[in-house]
Design a protein around this ligand. Sequence first.
Ligand code: AKB
Length: 320
Amino acid sequence: MKKILVIGANGQIGTELTTALVKLHGAQQVVASDIQAIGRHQELAYEKLDVTDARRLAEVVLQHDIGEIYHLAAALSAKGEEHPEWAWNLNMTGLLNVLEVARQAKLSKVFWPSSIAAFGPSTPRDNAPQTGAMDPKTVYGISKLAGEHWCSWYAEKYGMDIRSLRYPGLISYSAEPGGGTTDYAIQALFAAAAGHDYTSFLSADSTLPMMYMPDAVRATIELMSAPREQIKVAGSYNLAAWSFSPHELVEIIKQHYPAFKVAYKPDFRQAIADAWPRSIDDSKARQEWRWSHAYSLSDMVDDMLAHLVARKPVTQEQAA
Ligand code: AKB
């Protein structure tokens, strides 16, 4: 049986998605890869892979008899604004390499994540629709919107099965996020669990769509397992759970840690958040492949804090 390659397996999504894929398909069927020398999943075959190197990617696909790719390696919104050329190259060259290798090797399926960052100020801020105005204002968002079009182009032109989700901000404890605007929520939870105060780089009322990682992983697996005829959206599905502001999150955290203190010092990431929708209409995903989130916002906070406290000590950097 052909194997699954996860690109970016050491990252925030990759760490948990790879573990879920192993549970589903077995360790023999999953190959992890990332730019780092060593993988996080000790039981798996691991390849050090820079996805911008097309020749090396093709070698890995051939060597491991790969039939499916989950391509998760990407620069996120905030880091992308600081290093625009690096972010564009990683996000676009990486995706084009994956699509081209997938075409040549006749892979059966590709998963690639888009994001709420593909939306912009012209999108309705509440219940952002599946289709409509999209004018992203970050390098990351532009790469996500262009990537959605490239995925549709390859799917239409070559009949390839390429599936994609527009993830909201993802909250998790297993691996660090890689420089996103929604990371404040993770930092606040880490700080609270470590008994530290927190300074938010977004203002108290910056509402954004968010999701707990176990739901995002399940959504990915359910989308990839759905019969092809159920997948009607050609680009990337809107996906949602709930939305909250820093102030609302802090109020829930305070139910666990009443002494938790937060200051608000918005920086350049505020403008990024201000151009994104406050909430997402994901009714297509709910109708077509029966998407439904399981964790409520307070379930997420309970679960995050329980895991973070159990694995103390939290480092100063994680809580920064
Ligand atoms: C980011 O903040 O850049 C990401 C995203 C919303 O795609 N978490």
